[in-house]
Structures are given as structure tokens and as C-alpha cells.
Design a protein around this ligand. Sequence first.
Ligand SMILES: Cc1ncc(COP(=O)(O)O)c(C=O)c1O
Length: 413
Amino acid sequence: MATPDPISTSRELSGPPDGSSSSAVLEGYAHSVMNTFGPPKRVFVRGEGCYVWDADGRRYLDLLAGIAVNALGHAHPTVLSAITGQIATLGHVSNFFATPAQVALASRLTTMTGADDGRVFFTNSGTEANEAGFKITRMTGRTKIISTEGAFHGRSMGSLALTHNPKYREPFVPLPGEVIFVPYGDADALAAATSEDVAAVVLEPIQGENGIVMPPPGYLRTARQICDQHGALLWMDEVQTGMGRTGSWLVHVEEGIRADIITLAKGLGNGFPIGACLATGPAARLLGPGSHGSTFGGNPVAAIAGLAVIAVIERDDLLSHVTAMGEHLETTIDQLGHPLITGVRGRGLLRGITFAEPVAAAVADAALDAGFIVNAPRPDVLRIVPPLVITTAQLDTFVAALPGLIDRTGEAA
Ligand SMILES: Cc1ncc(COP(=O)(O)O)c(C=O)c1O
């Protein structure tokens, strides 16, 4: 495949299909991109709202949103004008200097925690936000961290140490320690494992990568009490659950709990790479000059993207919309009464459709062929994390197609 000239063809590369076929791009991918994700299923060239188009001109309803990232959908005009306006004015200055956008976003995010003494360290991803969180825990003078079975916190060496999946971990041991894994949602196991030498307990309020696993009611509150009893930090990884995905800014704040460390990313920049490690109380002051850093973290373009996302979510009352859409999806899927569907779990627009058999990957493939993007984080769970702006009519097209997609997997078997 001929190498595109980024200057003369930048519009074509990011714009509508120009006749360049998917197969040529996929061939180039196989030759030049490391094979960490397996072969790409499609080549996408354009997005608008809740739809994306592939290089062959086919349209897809995006119910995955770049894995819970494109909160406002694709090419949102407010985000676009904020980013282009900022980069046309001041694109980057390094962390020797401050910018108004960075400070405004830090202040807006700390307000979300409900604490008045919060501070932020900006990063470019959820993994890096968790690396910052990890370093904060080390500054307590304790080294033990409690994580949970099924947890996903990223794949850098530090965040991988907190991630449970042995397939991801084992090739890379030894990982930074000492991390102990307890069953997720089991408050007694958490209490039994926590002692005076535990620096922090790290929890996803809902486990996303593990298949949208909800803890029992009261679990997060009990975790807070256990941490208080032992002087341990409570660390909420809201990378997937935060920024409106579940119908509130932050799940733990909605449940009336204070966290010492909160990590964010995904929906925060609507696709512009940005993450944040927030801390409250004494934990907010544990990192000092020289103890952590980032060249790009807090970049004004990323920060303005975050501010634009928050402003639109507020202006368009999207938190209530998310709750309504999540309930609509759950009700309409339940009404299908399909024998293989065992339920819909999750909150807001962080949803998992569960199956009685391990058909989720086959359903996701059939869905893609039919023009719907979803994924299967577990063999029996289909994840639905669409843009927060999705409509009932758009969700209904998927729900109407779902029985046929499931039945097609039976035919293929
Ligand atoms: C809960 C959670 N934490 C951390 C991460 C890692 O974030 P990133 O992929 O932005 O590095 C993810 C990604 O799926 C996640 O779901």
C-alpha cells in the first residue's frame, strides 16, 4: 500500500471514504502495527453522532463508543470547536507553566468529588492515572494494596500489578507488590484482608472489563469503613464508570462515599486522550515536587476537551438522559423474553446483556456484520456502552435486531 502523505491527504485520511478499500489498510496494519490487539475487525474513516462509517462506506451504530469513551458521540461540534480553538491559540507549554484550561478543569473535577480539599494530577490515560494513584499509596509509607478478583486497572507494570487476570499478568512477573486480591463484592473478605499495613484498597465501583459486575448494595460504604478502621486509603477507579456513564458524575459520590484517590479517563475527553488522578484530604498532598511528572499531562487542548464534555453534559441534562436510556434498554431487552438472554445488568449506559450460554463473542460478530458495534468482555456477556447522547429510536433498532443476531449464532454452530 502506498504511504499516504499526511499533509496533502489529511482530509482524506480522516474524512469520508475516498475509495481506498479496507483491505489495503488492513494489509498495511498487519505489516506495520504490533500485534497486541489481534487483527482489526473493520477500518473506520468517519464518525458523526452515534454512527461511524467504514472505509467501504458502510454505516454502523456505535454502541461501544471506543470502549466507553465517546460520551458525546463522534465529531461533537462543541468539543470540536473547543479543541480547534485551543490548539489555534496555545497547544502545549509543558508543566513548568500553568494554563487557564488546566486549572479550570482541575477545579471542576475536584468539585465533583464533593470534597473541598481535592487536587488533581493530569495524565493521558486511565493506566497513567492509576500509576499516579499507585505512587500516592507508596507515599503513605505502607506498601500493601488490596485489589479484587476480576479487577482491571490497566497494563503498565504498576497498573498491571493491580489487575487480576492471570493471562495479562503472568508473562510480566515480578510486578510491583505487594498486591492482594480478594473476591469482588465480598465485604467480609475485604475486612479479613485489611490490616494496619495496608496502604490502600482499590475498587472499581462496577467492574467494567470483567463483564459489568455490580457489587452488592452497601459494599462501597463498608469498604470506606474498613479503610477508616485501619488508616488505609480508599481508591475508586472510576476510569470506566465515571464522567456520567452511569447517570451520575461519579458512582461513589452518588452513593455518598468519600474516596481518598479517584482515577478517571475514558469519557473525560470524548476521545481526546486525557486521564486524571484526583485525591482528597491528606492524600491530595502526598505527591510533591519531583515525585511524579508527565510531559503531556494537563495539556491545555486535552483540558479544554474535558471542560467541553462537562459543559455539554450539564447543558443537555445528559445525566438524567443516561438513566432514562439505560432503563429503556433494560426494559426493552427484558420484554424480548429471549430464551438465551438471562438479564441486563449495570447502571445507566454501562450495561451488560448476560446469556445462558457463551455466545457473546459470536453475537458481537453477527452484530458487526449487521451494522452494530458492541463487544464481549466475557464469553457470556455483551457490553453496551454507547455515547451518552444515544436516543431511544437508536437503541430500539439494536434491540429489534438482537433476537436475530443471537439466533444466527445457533445456526453458525
Ligand atoms: C476501570 C479501568 N481502569 C483503568 C483502565 C485503563 O485505562 P486506559 O486504557 O485508558 O489506560 C481501564 C480500561 O479499560 C478500566 O476500565
